[in-house]
Design a binder for this molecule. Structure first.
Ligand code: NDP
Ligand SMILES: O=C1O[C@H](COP(=O)(O)O)[C@@H](O)[C@H](O)[C@H]1O
Length: 593
């Protein structure tokens, strides 16, 4: 097959979830979303065997040629073009890019555990946002599945309570909501009943109306029933002629053994490429931007090593406790809930080498190398805390063990701080500090990169002896108020020579008028499109668990007592000692001072 170098490709049109581009002066159209307009997709293209007027993309998707009209093609024309492409059945392997968006095929999304908190709070609203943006395929339906008895109408009422329109996109909102709700249905059943899943299959088939069926199951249920549900979905409700994919929510086990056992059980029914292990932090805008920041700006990458970076901090805090989720949380604790997944995933993206391409496997290969180069944690590397009740300003805040679903003698950490190391040439000796806690004084998630001192700094006397004040710090604020800012030393204007620290500040709300999509929107769209880049591969998961499992076991076996901190405080003092042992101060605390 003839291939065309990417240099001959150029973007021609962007319209909601579609793009057009030129390839050797012919205009081609693909139904992929604008965010899919990444070099990966456009590295190579070749004539498609079955369609003289189409090309196969590097990733297996098929795009259709349309008549070029200078640099502009109407959205209608582009839409017609894509609807006229129907990939042959043998192309319907998992991951084929265009196969869901044709007249001939459907996508059915089943939310297993639809009556639950996550479904209501995140999944239905994210699907609605995708619908509003025109990112869902023409033929789709959404099924809620759970044991609770509900009619379609009752599900719609339940779902409608949590749907909202974006502040910047309210046009026809009510109408769109109504249209969306009409595409939502409910099926009540047990999670381990083949019969109930067969009934679901029948209903799905009715909606698919003989089209090629693609099915996505979202496991929004407690982990002890993951395998039952996967077994039933896969045996009794798999797509007959399209793809079947399963999004698996965390927790993926609670240590190396249980995680491996879960993977093994899931793989009895699914191939690895059907399993989409979700870590919603990977869907957050600033986490996505991390690689862009590093690899598309010359000024950062050369500094990205032990030579210039003194330490890196990953900080997560919530200003509320485990309210309502104590039953789940007590079995996991903050290290498993936040550090082993969300913060470690961000760390891996932060520290990885440049991937060969933006392909999922290339990125995941680099992440797994980082994880496997890391030192397994010991008890010396970690400190833990648990919040206790507090009364301030006449208001009483409950302690962790005041939650009725938590045992009164629970030692489960609601706070932890840890020092991790990557034993590779780039990061040798650089402490990667993590801190995560519930019921703290504020909510936030951020990455702080503290740089080394300027050697022989001419101005060091101006800073006195406090070297912390003289170093640069790059802060990537994931939430809230997304921002990237760089702390620099600057001369205070005036006749004297006085320096202060100021921020070069990219505040997203000031720079971009568009509302930032919720992480679940991005991840659901990725799963529908077969994009695995932001999902966790099983070897990544194994590597992540092997770092934390021994120390978690030791904490539990030795019944290590957490340091108690008041609800709404800055957390236990012991976290400062941990940082100090590595000659570091927590950047968030310095900033608050
Ligand atoms: N909620 C959140 O913010 C987050 C949740 N997650 C993960 O997402 C998944 C879903 O979370 P969430 O919605 O909070 O969970 P829920 O506890 O609300 O459970 C979801 C549904 O599962 C069914 N269910 C609950 N307990 C059991 C049980 N013991 N046996 C059988 N069915 C049960 C219930 O439906 P019914 O009784 O109708 O069958 C319930 O509505 C979990 O794996 C959780 O760890 C991950 C990140 C954040
Ligand atoms: O996965 C989880 O994340 C939430 C925090 O998510 P965010 O997007 O609101 O920051 C956390 O509250 C929960 O304990 C944990 O399971």
């Amino acid at each position: 097959m003839a291939t065309v170098p990417s240099s001959t490709l150029s973007k021609a049109h962007m319209n909601s979830c579609s793009i057009g581009f030129y390839c050797n002066k012919d205009l081609f159209f693909s139904s992929v979303s604008p965010k899919r307009f990444v070099p990966r997709k456009l590295t190579l293209c070749s004539n498609h065997n079955s369609y003289p007027n189409a090309v196969s993309m590097h990733d297996g998707s098929v795009v259709k040629k349309v008549n070029p009209i200078e640099n502009e093609v109407s959205a209608k024309k582009l839409k017609e073009a894509v609807l006229s492409v129907s990939p042959p059945l043998q192309e319907q392997k998992d991951g084929a890019g265009l196969d869901f968006n044709t007249e001939n095929s459907t996508v059915s999304i089943t939310i297993v555990g639809a009556s639950g908190d996550l479904a209501k709070k995140k999944i239905f609203p994210a699907l609605f946002a995708l619908y509003y943006e025109g990112c869902l395929p023409e033929h789709f339906s959404i099924f809620g599945y759970a044991r609770s008895k509900m009619t379609d109408a009752e599900l719609r009422v339940m779902v409608s309570r949590t749907l909202t329109c974006r502040i910047d996109k309210r046009e026809n909102c009510d109408e769109k909501m109504e249209q969306f709700l009409q595409r939502c249905f409910y099926h009540s059943g047990q999670y381990d009943s083949q019969e109930h899943f067969r009934d679901l299959d029948r209903k799905l088939k009715e909606h698919e109306a003989g089209r090629v069926s693609n099915r996505l199951f979202y496991l929004s249920i407690p982990p002890n029933i993951f395998v039952d549900a996967v077994k039933c979905a896969s045996v009794s409700a798999s797509a007959a002629n399209g793809w079947t994919r399963v999004i698996v929510e965390k927790p993926f086990g609670r240590d190396s053994e249980s995680s491996a056992a879960l993977t093994k059980s899931l793989k009895q029914y699914l191939d690895e490429d059907q399993i989409f292990r979700i870590d919603h932090y990977l869907g957050k805008e600033l986490v996505e931007n991390l690689s862009v920041l590093r690899f598309s700006n010359l000024i950062f990458e050369p500094l990205w090593s032990r030579q210039y970076i003194r330490n890196v901090q990953f900080i997560f805090s919530e200003n509320f406790g485990t309210e309502g989720r104590g039953g789940y949380f007590d079995n996991y604790g903050i290290v498993r809930d936040i550090m082993q997944n969300h913060l470690l995933q961000i760390l891996a993206l932060f520290a990885m080498e440049t991937p060969v391409s933006l392909d999922a496997e290339d990125i995941r290969n680099e992440k797994v190398k980082v994880l496997r180069s890391m030192r397994t944690l010991t008890l010396d590397d970690i400190v833990i805390g648990q919040y206790k009740g507090d009364t301030r300003g006449g208001v009483t805040y409950p302690g962790y063990i005041d939650d009725n679903t938590v045992p009164k003698d629970s030692l489960t950490p609601t706070f932890a701080a840890a020092a991790l190391f990557i034993d590779n040439p780039r990061w040798d000796g650089v402490p990667f500090l993590m801190k995560a806690g519930k019921a703290l004084h504020k909510r936030g998630a951020e990455i702080r990169v503290q740089f080394r001192h300027v050697p022989g700094n001419l101005y060091k006397k101006t800073f006195g002896t406090d070297l912390d004040q003289a170093t640069n710090e790059l802060v990537i604020r994931v939430q809230p108020d997304e921002a990237i800012y760089l702390k620099i030393n600057n001369k205070v204007p005036g006749l004297g020579m006085r320096l202060d620290r100021s921020n070069l500040n990219l505040l997203y709300a000031a720079r971009y008028s568009k509302e930032i999509p919720d992480a679940y929107e991005r991840l659901l769209l990725d799963a529908i499109e077969g994009e695995r880049r932001l999902f966790i591969r099983s070897d990544e998961l194994d590597a992540a668990w092997s770092l934390f499992t021994p120390v978690l076991k030791e904490i539990e076996e030795k019944k290590v007592t957490p340091e108690y901190y008041p609800y709404g405080s800055r957390g236990p003092v012991i976290a400062h000692y941990l940082a100090a042992r590595h000659k570091v101060r927590w950047g968030d605390i310095i900033e608050d001072e």
